[in-house]
Design a protein around this ligand. Structure first.
Ligand code: DC
Length: 227
């Protein structure tokens, strides 16, 4: 894919849920003065629409029609974007456990992935992004200058996610979080459409024993030559 000479850098950060990729991507975006693009939010927005409509989450045609009938508004904010439908800001709702679950179900369907892909590519046309997700380096932005794949052990990822949910007042056991996460990993890795994998040319890092500052330092050095 030819790269527009006027386009700014694209950095991709992929990895499983709870690997710390959101924290890393946000930190890099702030430090390098780039936009943070959270692709999972688009799958969550599709799940939000489907959940609200009480749709059959496995019916691709129905979901395609639903997405076409409900335009998503993508509004830039400092170092990122927020998503709205008919003027309603979705930020709070997108993190609900039911939406997390449903997002990993609808993300398996081709029309949903196409819908997200076209939003993401449009936002990436001029570059200047840190794009975070499962298939940013492999599918959405294969031309990215820097690709990072961040991993961590299941136990550590579940612990982090549990702390996050506790802080938001969600009373759920750590064991349950670990089971949910293992199930989501399986769905993400085994799906036919754009499964979670290490993109070609990616820098593979493990965050199990590193803190966010260390990860940021290592990755910032990788992107600095392109700024
Ligand atoms: O990163 P997240 O937890 O917000 O993602 C929510 C769901 O969306 C996740 O279960 C898988 C899906 N997803 C995807 O399939 N591809 C991406 N690039 C990002 C997220």
């Amino acid at each position: 894919m030819a790269t527009d000479p006027g386009r700014r850098v694209i950095v991709t950060v992929d990895g499983p849920a709870g690997s710390g990729k959101s924290t890393l991507a946000k930190r890099l975006a702030r430090r390098a003065d780039l936009q943070y693009l959270e692709s999972g939010a688009f799958y969550r927005a599709a799940a939000w629409l489907a959940t609200r409509a009480e749709a059959d989450l496995t019916d691709p045609e129905w979901l395609a029609a639903l997405l076409a009938a409900n335009p998503l508004q993508v509004k830039p904010k400092k170092h990122g974007f927020y998503l709205a439908v008919a003027g309603r800001d979705l930020t709070q709702d997108l993190r609900l456990p039911q939406i997390s679950h449903n997002a990993s179900v609808v993300a398996q369907l081709r029309p949903v992935r196409q819908w997200v892909l076209s939003h993401l590519r449009a936002l990436g046309a001029t570059g200047g992004l840190v794009a975070e997700g499962r298939d940013m380096g492999s599918r959405v932005f294969p031309e990215a200058e820097v690709k990072i794949y961040l991993d961590a052990s299941l136990a550590e990822r579940a612990h982090r996610r549990w702390l996050e949910l506790q802080a938001q007042g969600n009373d759920i056991s750590e064991d349950q979080v670990r089971r949910d996460l293992a199930q989501r990993d399986r769905r993400d890795q085994e799906r036919q459409e754009d499964p979670l994998l290490v993109p070609e040319g990616a820098h593979v890092l493990d965050s199990t024993r590193s803190d966010p500052e260390q990860m940021e330092e290592i990755c910032f050095r990788l992107i600095q030559p392109y700024l």
